[in-house]
Design a protein around this ligand. Structure first.
Ligand SMILES: NC(=O)c1ccc[n+]([C@@H]2O[C@H](COP(=O)([O-])OP(=O)(O)OC[C@H]3O[C@@H](n4cnc5c(N)ncnc54)[C@H](OP(=O)(O)O)[C@@H]3O)[C@@H](O)[C@H]2O)c1
Length: 284
């Protein structure tokens, strides 16, 4: 039987790089980075998908510079909305499924309990707005669309909070980290495995996929150093002490009802995933 063919856009990003390294029997993953496919080029999207004929496209390409997006909303819109439409429409035209990766930033961050998949979106940033519009573009352009929202992503590839903390630990004895934003860290490996399983089903719709449990950034930083056995002093601070161009959600924990309803086990606890990530990155 022919292998199940998955095309990954944004294969040079942190999730994209993880996806193209996933080994699953019967699944053939093809990654295209920005040079292989610029998603803002509609014709190229059609041509490349006609050539490759994937069963599914996992769309990991995105404009992800949250603060910078506030001063260049057109660029964010071009990639996250128009680019997404281009790829989703190309997927539809070759009969492929489409999996759009979205974000906790589609919510306003004012909740006190986990956001469920059907809670109303109310993004407060340019990035969040364009990602939400990207969700709508995907759902309208491709009839077989999965939307998977995730949060606080880290992994072996690219820049992320865990790698930044480890780098800073080597240069500073005391680190100040915000303690009034709560979310769920997500290890790219766990997310990638779930995505590969999900796209082989026909259970289309909106999903939340983050590691289980929640913490503040301060608690996350402390856990990183504890798991690594590093004695770094971490001092909690407030969001006001670290003003950023794009406001950060105070609370962005995602509930996982859709995943469970579709028969998938929730992703493991964030601390367990972090432990494995750190162990693996130490071995290399
Ligand atoms: N990181 C997080 O904490 C987080 C949280 C929630 C959701 N997400 C979502 O998860 C997905 C993956 O995020 P990530 O962390 O892997 O982001 P990332 O590392 O920034 O990767 C995104 C990739 O998209 C590429 N890209 C940008 N414009 C493109 C274009 N016009 N054509 C083709 N490729 C283009 C980027 O290439 P260049 O590097 O060349 O620009 C980059 O390699 C995104 O949809 C993001 O919104 C991320």
């Amino acid at each position: 039987m022919a292998a199940y063919k998955v095309l990954v856009t944004g294969a040079g990003g942190q999730l994209g790089q993880e996806l193209v390294r996933i080994q699953k029997p019967g699944v053939h993953i093809i990654g295209l980075d920005r040079h292989g496919l610029d998603i803002t080029d509609a014709e190229a999207c059609q041509r490349v998908l006609r050539d490759i004929r994937p069963d599914t496209v996992i769309h990991a390409a995105a404009y992800t510079a949250v603060d910078q997006a506030e001063s260049e909303p057109e660029k964010a819109h071009l990639v996250n909305v128009i680019g997404t439409h281009n790829v989703a429409a190309a997927a539809e035209s070759v009969g492929a499924k489409f999996c759009y990766i979205s974000t906790d930033y589609v919510f306003d961050g004012t909740a006190n309990q986990p956001y469920q998949e059907d809670d109303p979106a109310a993004p407060r940033t340019v990035y969040g707005r364009t990602k939400w519009e990207g969700e709508k573009a995907a759902l309208s352009a491709c009839s077989r669309t999965f939307v998977v929202r995730t949060s606080w992503v880290y992994g072996k590839y690219g820049a992320n909070f865990v790698r930044t903390m480890l780098k800073l630990a080597g240069t500073r004895p005391v680190l100040t980290v915000v303690n009034d934003q709560t979310g769920s860290p997500t290890y790219t490996y766990d997310l990638a495995l779930f995505l590969i399983d999900l796209v082989q089903t026909d259970r289309y719709g909106i999903y939340h996929a983050s590691n289980s449990g929640s913490c503040t950034w301060y608690e996350f930083a402390r856990a990183i150093f504890e798991e690594r056995g590093l004695s770094v002093e971490v001092v909690p601070c407030t969001t006001e002490e670290f003003p950023r161009p794009a406001p950060r959600p105070r609370y962005s924990v995602l509930g996982h009802q859709a995943m469970v309803r579709a028969g998938f086990p929730p992703l493991r606890h964030w601390r367990e995933a972090l432990r494995e990530f750190l162990r693996e990155s130490e071995e290399k």
